[in-house]
Design a protein around this ligand. Structure first.
Ligand SMILES: [Zn+2]
Length: 291
């Protein structure tokens, strides 16, 4: 049975209000907003054991209509890998060990390995995708726990593309990456859907981040932002569908309380209205690639 979320994963407040309710491919999805900090999160949501079963068996089927890799998914992943490489390359002259969490078929890992000639390691819970990535010669674990048991050395780049919004405790997870997985002067590369332009409310998305709540999540996890961009690549030339951030462990821990965001519902309404209007006026620039 799904469980109610009683405290905000960013600020710890127990005060929340309904934000959005819909059916996503036949399943009810309810999101609430924290009345203290403005974080939007799914509640009720899958329990941890339900989520394990979901990602092992059902997620790709629900999301992509197939448990195995699809041609459309491969096309989107290749274009996204190119976009992420262009984002980091001006700031990242070398990468010796790259970990991609949620690596799927390993397309991003292989793309970065070609650019940087470093070692590539992945984590992917979906069995069909993991096996395919392993067939391509990549070292891929089913979970971060398995990777840690294997005593892998630390990584100077950890990437998580469209992963953070799926995790039940983003602050705890990112803090763990900083203290146990990433090298002290390493870089973390993140991309998530943007609450102010992306549909966001899918059954597997436990959080819907705005630029503000994402940067606050990183700050509370002990990271500081090196580069931040809102953009639509590779799907749209017009809408800031995604938030992409390169960050590093903060020199000094910033323990200031979470800075609240106001006007979240209004910003979401305006963003989605803007999307509808521009999609009608410029359909080809608005949607270049579905995915
Ligand atoms: Zn909160």
């Amino acid at each position: 049975m799904p469980e109610d979320v009683t405290t905000c994963a960013l600020c710890g407040s127990t005060r929340s209000a309904p934000f959005d309710r819909r059916a996503f491919r036949g399943r009810p999805v309810t999101n609430r907003i924290c009345l203290n900090c403005g974080l939007v999160y799914q509640s009720p949501r899958m329990t941890a054991s339900e989520a394990d079963a979901f990602y092992a068996e059902e997620y790709r089927l629900l999301q992509e209509g197939s448990a195995g890799p699809t041609a459309r998914n491969v096309t989107v992943q290749k274009a996204r890998a190119e976009s992420l490489a262009e984002f980091v390359q001006p700031l990242l002259p070398s990468v010796s060990r790259h970990l991609d969490i949620g690596c799927s078929l390993g397309i991003l890992l292989r793309h970065f390995r070609e650019k940087y000639q470093g070692q590539a390691v992945g984590v992917e819970p979906g069995e069909a995708h993991r096996i395919q990535a392993q067939k391509e010669g990549l070292n891929v674990y089913a979970s971060l726990e398995e990777l840690e048991k294997a005593c892998e050395e630390r990584f100077d780049l950890v990437s998580m593309s469209h992963v953070l919004e799926h995790l039940p405790d983003p602050v705890g997870y990112l803090a763990h990456l900083r203290t146990a997985i990433l090298s002290p002067d390493g870089r973390l590369l993140l991309e998530v859907p943007n609450l102010y332009a992306h549909d966001s409310f899918e059954v597997a998305h436990l959080f819907a981040f705005s630029p503000h709540t994402l940067t606050e999540t990183l700050r509370r996890s002990g990271f500081e932002v090196v580069k931040f961009e809102q953009h639509g690549r590779p799907n749209s030339a017009l809408f800031p569908l995604y938030l992409t951030i390169l960050c590093r462990p903060a020199a000094q821990p910033d323990l200031a309380p979470v800075r609240p965001e106001r006007g979240v519902a209004r910003k979401r309404r305006i963003g989605m209205l803007w999307r509808r209007v521009l999609s009608r006026l410029f359909p080809h620039r608005a949607w270049q690639m579905q995915g």
